[in-house]
Design a protein around this ligand. Structure first.
Ligand SMILES: Nc1ncnc2c1ncn2[C@@H]1O[C@H](COP(=O)(O)OP(=O)(O)OP(=O)(O)O)[C@@H](O)[C@H]1O
Ligand SMILES: C[C@@](O)(CCOP(=O)(O)OP(=O)(O)O)CC(=O)O
Length: 420
């Protein structure tokens, strides 16, 4: 009987979105606690297109903590995973599952081990913020398993210890990470500014420019900027506080021109800080610059912004269109300038919400080849085409925050606690 009881496995499965900052976090005032030097604001992306699913399980039969990411076993010994685990364990509460006849006492959590399996439905470590969705999901799922009482704001402070930007993935819609003042970081948390329904006209197109691993990680890049850039101090003290107020106002009023101007300016200033770092950090490449120039020319010809662009620590462009009609016009321009290689299947070149392709009126490669140049291109300058410079496009929109999934979606076998 005692042996039978030892066989139980309790598990929780959760899904968490990724997010893109429109006012960037860059620079820490505390490396261990991951406390930033400025507030930041992000848009949560629709988990249908970019998300992490994580199953966490506990059983007295597990001999050690183990984790599998996208089917491959990874180490949980890293300092950041360990900080999150420590913070969650210290808040764990009694858990009773009457149906299974299981009772885990608060102090038992210290002795029990976890099996964790996680899957990203988009490329990992390719500049698409897998660490943000991944660490947020890790914390959210473990907190539910260990029956924590904390709300998502308090959980965001734990996710922050895994990766700063992860704290913003605890909410859907529009999210602010308040830098906080306390030395212990207790007030450095994420808050939701508005949910995803507040501004549901927005359409987001991500141009995945390169899936190569970057040379400088965000963590070391921002350390180098803090040590060597003069601009970063001016940005954190003088520029960002004003922009945060303006961005909050633009989001509240759904004021697209202000939103776009602020997002573009902030992305450009973040990359200027990277250039102001010694040695300079180049996250954007020629393709990123061509995308900026395409959007700027169009916005300028319309007299008011149609599309905002923002780039994280990599060359991929995140383009935010004011509505679906503009998104179709944007995709038309992008496909004109950045057609795929001739042997590419259009179905794998534009992924996510493919329905926008119908609005573009493009069904196959021939349609792309016969797209006319955008009207803002001057007749005397030949239009540039860069075949194959973009790997693929993801069409998405602002999305919801973390959710729990039913056991049928679990990534671990309920009997063995091993990956399915
Ligand atoms: N689902 C996940 N669960 C737990 N950890 C994850 C998960 N996905 C990614 N990570 C962690 O994040 C690391 C990748 O982070 P990295 O910052 O290199 O890339 P990224 O977040 O995809 O890109 P970027 O930060 O440039 O947007 C992985 O090596 C792993 O440690
Ligand atoms: C450019 C950014 O994406 C930087 C993200 O940095 P990370 O959150 O990846 O860094 P760590 O806190 O060291 O894990 C801007 C942003 O997301 O705000």
């Amino acid at each position: 009987m005692a042996e039978e009881l030892q066989k139980w496995v309790v598990m929780v499965t959760a899904q968490t979105p990724t997010n893109i900052a429109v006012i960037k976090y860059w620079g820490k005032r505390d490396e261990t606690l991951i406390l930033p030097i400025n507030d930041s604001i992000s848009v949560t992306l629709d988990p249908d297109h970019l998300c992490t699913t994580t199953t966490v399980s506990v059983s007295p039969s597990f001999e050690q903590d183990r984790m599998w990411l996208n089917g491959k076993e990874i180490s949980l010994l890293g300092g950041r995973f360990q900080s999150c685990l420590r913070e969650i364990r210290s808040r764990a509460r009694d858990l009773e599952d009457e149906k299974k006849g299981i009772m885990i006492k608060k102090m038992d959590w210290e002795k029990l081990h976890f099996h964790i399996a996680s899957y990203n439905n988009f490329p990992t470590a390719a500049g698409l913020a897998s660490s943000a969705a991944g660490l947020a999901c890790f914390v959210f799922a473990l907190a539910k398993l260990m029956n924590l009482n904390e709300d998502n704001g308090q959980l965001s402070a734990i996710a922050r210890r895994g990766s700063g930007s992860a704290c913003r993935s605890l909410y859907g819609g529009f999210v602010k990470w308040i830098m906080g003042k306390e030395e212990n970081g207790s007030d450095s948390i994420a808050v939701q500014l508005a949910d995803e329904k507040h501004w549901d006209d927005l359409v987001i197109v991500i141009a995945v420019v390169s899936a190569r691993q970057k040379e400088t990680s965000s963590t070391t890049g921002m350390q180098d900027s803090c040590k060597t850039s003069m601009l970063i101090q001016h940005r954190a003290k003088e520029v960002v506080p004003k922009r945060i107020i303006q961005m909050e106002d633009a989001i509240e009023k759904r004021d697209f021109p202000s939103f776009a101007r602020l997002a573009c300016a902030d992305s450009n200033q973040f990359h200027a800080v990277c250039l102001d770092t010694s040695p300079p950090i180049f996250y954007m490449n020629d393709t990123s610059h061509k995308i900026i120039s395409c959007v700027e020319k169009w916005n300028c010809s319309e007299g008011t912004p149609q599309v905002a662009y923002t780039f994280d620590a990599g060359p991929n462009a995140v383009l935010i269109a004011r509505d679906r009609k503009i998104a179709a016009l944007l995709l038309r321009r992008l496909l004109f300038h950045f057609p795929p290689h001739s042997n590419t299947d259009l179905n794998s070149y534009v992924i996510g919400d493919k329905s926008i392709l119908q609005d573009v009126g493009v069904q196959d490669m021939k349609d792309i080849e016969s797209l006319p140049p955008p009207p803002e291109i001057k007749d005397n300058i030949p239009a540039q085409k860069s075949n194959g410079d973009v790997s693929y496009f993801i069409c998405t929109r602002p999305g919801r925050g973390p959710v729990l999934l039913p056991d049928s979606r679990a990534l671990l076998n309920p009997e063995t606690g091993l990956p399915k």
